[in-house]
Design a binder for this molecule. Structure first.
Ligand code: P6P
Length: 331
């Protein structure tokens, strides 16, 4: 039994929002109730991820998703978990998932169903079978009055009310922002709750890591090639090392904690970039900016991009002040 003294130090994600009531304009009961749907789904997903080698959850489900990617069984489970846990929150008007062609909409009154939730239930899922960290990303938007049913998510990222991710790594950590700073919570299996472990996270002004798939470097637009060459030549005043996990949430989480830069530029195969705007780039960009970093689509602030379709892709370069200043100088 934990020492009662310690109990006082346990701040769960729900408590965190409620204790910061004033700072979170959206923190009324419906918002924290919505967020508890995400934490519940994250606990369900992590329980499966932790047992992936033991139960018949590995390998593909044989289906392909809207991206034409083979759906891994865990993708399907994770999507169902998020859809279920959020679908029963009456404040949810629409759910947009990487795994579904169209938004899932609920026949609820406008004043009750205020939010649209956009998510990638299991990002980096191709890494599941090799036991590499995977993650869940999400963002919360207000349903714009008068929006066409199923299109409530088509808003620029600066409209996000909250954004976050869960990284299923050596521990399960959930990081979120509601526009007043970035906070990280580690799942304590003994308590069964996400407990505050990273208070007011800030991205270092300069790191020493760049994170990109260098196999495609000859395909990148010239500005990216010059940028990466400059990092390697020590033009930012320090020696950089390369780290690339191929799981965006894990690569982002490291960039948030250690600083540096993460980028997925346009390639011949993906001239618009590979990462999806609504549920990969936007949530990460919101968190990066809230932590003192910046995120561009190669020329514009990611959060200013006006989306035209739910699954559109975008190039992404995201990092600390020094790394982003250096890139913008080259533009
Ligand atoms: P590549 C995973 O499939 C993903 O969507 C991101 O999580 C990751 O950053 C990227 O693709 C990796 O793509 O082309 O480098 O293998």
């Amino acid at each position: 039994m934990a020492d009662p003294q310690d109990e006082k130090l346990i701040v769960t994600i729900q408590q965190h929002i409620l204790t910061q009531q004033r700072a979170f304009p959206e923190a009324g009961g419906s918002f924290s109730w919505l967020l508890s749907g995400i934490t519940l789904a994250a606990k369900m997903i992590q329980a499966k991820v932790r047992r992936a080698g033991l139960v018949d959850i590995l390998g593909s489900a044989g289906e392909t998703n809207v991206q034409g990617e083979t759906q891994q069984k865990l993708d399907v489970y994770a999507n169902q978990a998020v859809q279920h846990c959020l679908g029963v929150r009456e404040s949810v008007a629409e759910l947009v998932s990487e795994e579904n062609d169209h938004a899932v909409t609920f026949d609820r009154s406008d004043d009750q169903a205020k939010y649209v939730v956009v998510f990638d239930p299991l990002d980096g899922s191709s890494n599941i079978d090799v036991n590499v960290s995977v993650g869940t990303t999400f963002c919360v938007l207000r349903r714009p009055p008068g929006a066409k049913v199923g299109e409530g998510a088509l808003q620029p990222g600066h409209q996000q009310v909250a954004a976050g991710y869960v990284v299923y790594g050596s521990s399960t950590i959930m990081v979120y922002t509601a526009g007043r700073g970035v906070f990280g919570f580690t799942l304590d299996p003994a308590v069964g709750a996400f407990v505050l472990s990273h208070d007011n996270m800030r991205m270092p002004e300069q790191g020493d890591i760049y994170s990109v798939n260098e196999a495609y470097i000859d395909e990148f637009p010239e500005v990216y090639q010059r940028y990466i060459a400059g990092l390697r030549r020590g033009e930012l005043g320090r020696r950089y090392k390369s780290r690339y996990i191929g799981s965006m949430v894990a690569d982002f989480h490291r960039t948030l904690l250690k600083g540096g830069v993460f980028l997925y530029p346009p390639t011949q195969a993906q001239p618009e970039g590979k990462l999806r705007l609504l549920y990969e780039a936007n949530p990460m960009a919101f968190i990066a900016e809230q932590a003192g970093g910046r995120a561009l689509d190669g020329s514009r602030r990611v959060l200013d991009v006006e989306p035209t379709s739910l699954h559109q892709r975008t190039p992404l370069i995201l990092g600390g002040k020094a790394e982003m200043d250096a890139f913008e100088k080259l533009l």
